[in-house]
Unconditional design. Structure first.
Length: 74
């Protein structure tokens, strides 16, 4: 978890910045649930079943700094 928080920080995420997850429910997703809040970032998840334009709207509206995506979701 601390390693992931350090990676997020290296991406330039600061306190209060938004981090999003477009992943399946797995151990990587669970790690994000702890790592982002531990560094005072805000984590929100995207619904894999949404259309591309809906995802784009949510990402832009939230002003996400980093998006974590599972390889097989792409």
């Amino acid at each position: 978890m601390c390693q992931l928080a350090n990676v997020i920080e290296r991406f330039g995420v600061k306190k209060g910045d938004k981090v999003t997850s477009l992943t399946w429910n797995n151990h990587r997703h669970l790690e994000l649930f702890f790592a982002a809040p531990c560094m005072s970032a805000v984590l929100h998840t995207l619904n894999i079943r949404l259309f591309t334009d809906q995802l784009a709207y949510i990402i832009n509206h939230a002003e996400d700094k980093v998006i974590f995506i599972d390889e097989d979701v792409v």
